[in-house]
Design a protein around this ligand. Structure first.
Ligand SMILES: NC(=O)c1ccc[n+]([C@@H]2O[C@H](COP(=O)([O-])OP(=O)(O)OC[C@H]3O[C@@H](n4cnc5c(N)ncnc54)[C@H](O)[C@@H]3O)[C@@H](O)[C@H]2O)c1
Length: 318
């Protein structure tokens, strides 16, 4: 485990619930963070990734460092040919991710990413329902608080809310609607006493056109005291799907049918699918690096569009 913060703790807990997985080591720039997680997980601390790899020869590695710290860990793993799981987003910007994506493809390395919504029961059900009724309009909203990590408030560290958070919704849109070819985004921020150093937008809105002709919008805010919702509405001929972390509601000519969703199931499945693939038991990795990169390109195009005040053609390399 590289990086021993909040999401590393979650993966470590899920991995500990698998009888066939042993967490053999943890490293973090902050030794106390590594020590705390290692104590919780019953594993050892190593000075850095090279030392961890030399000492333990792991079958796979989890990269759970913040977006701005991406690059060096993945390069070392690619060089050594070690399969890895890396958290979303793939970076604070798109350049490092493009470089890593090309290197992973050249090496044919097994990877997985933290886009766990692809394992959400509601997304699977929606995929079936939409097979004969393609989405024409997608409306996403991530309406939340500022997360409790200092790097999040800085554009060059997190990429901003669309890149870091709402990217989960974009990923579901790409999964269920298709690739995005064009975006236009706007964003704004106002000084907030609680976050004097912030330079990320605290409100964002974007429109997009998908390759198949569908259109979509995405709104995001971090102004709230607690998470209000992260949701996606999909409209097809005669049908509306309302997807949130805890439910899928299907509205059609027969009325509304609600399906409750266990929000933690997808977070377990994303780890199980990676472990199975590493062990050679099939491959249900739904967002390997190259798939996640398509989503990340759209999120970064929105950030670029909002910053520069221009529309961005996503099909043209950044
Ligand atoms: N998929 C999800 O649901 C989900 C949820 C939360 C966070 N995340 C993602 O996970 C990543 C980490 O988020 P977090 O909330 O755990 O952040 P965090 O700040 O809690 O933890 C990150 C840790 O990485 C360490 N670190 C930084 N640079 C490092 C380096 N070069 N080598 C080793 N350690 C380093 C930091 O010291 C810190 O302890 C982010 O990209 C975030 O977007 C994903």
């Amino acid at each position: 485990m590289v990086g021993a913060g909040g999401v590393a703790r979650r993966h470590a807990a899920v991995l500990a619930s698998f009888e066939d997985v042993e967490l053999v080591g943890v490293t973090d720039l902050i030794p106390e963070a590594a020590t705390t997680l290692a104590a919780e997980a019953g594993t050892a601390v190593h000075a850095d990734l090279a030392a961890l790899l030399d000492a333990t020869a792991p079958d796979a590695v989890y990269v759970c460092v913040p977006p701005f710290a991406r690059g060096d860990p993945e390069r070392m793993l690619i060089e050594r040919g070690i399969p890895f799981f890396v958290e979303k987003p793939l970076g604070a910007g798109v350049e490092v991710a493009e470089e890593l994506g090309a290197a992973i493809a050249a090496r044919g390395l097994l990877t997985a990413t933290g886009y766990h919504w692809r394992y959400h029961d509601g997304v699977q059900r929606a995929r079936e329902l939409l097979a004969d009724a393609p989405v024409r309009l997608a409306v996403g909203a991530w309406l939340d608080k500022v997360p409790p990590v200092a790097w999040w408030l800085h554009r060059d560290r997190s990429g901003g809310q669309v890149v870091e958070q709402a990217t989960h919704l974009l990923d579901v849109m790409l999964d269920l609607v298709g690739d995005v070819e064009h975006v236009h985004a706007v964003g704004a921020r106002q000084p907030r006493d609680a976050f004097p150093d912030a330079d990320v937008d605290d409100v964002s809105a974007a429109t997009m056109r998908f390759e198949g002709g569908a259109v979509g919008s995405l709104a995001a805010t971090s102004l709230l005291p607690a998470k209000h919702r992260a949701s996606l509405e999909l409209f097809a001929d005669g049908m509306r799907l309302e997807l949130s972390e805890t439910a899928l509601v299907v509205h059609d000519a027969d009325g509304a049918t609600s399906h409750d969703i266990d929000p933690d199931a997808a977070k377990r499945r994303v780890d199980r699918a990676f472990v199975d693939a590493v062990q050679g038991h099939g491959n249900d990795v739904r967002a390997p690096y190259e798939v996640a990169l398509r989503t990340h390109r759209v999120a970064c195009a929105m950030a670029r569009s909002a910053a520069a005040g221009v529309s961005v053609d996503v099909t043209v390399p950044a």
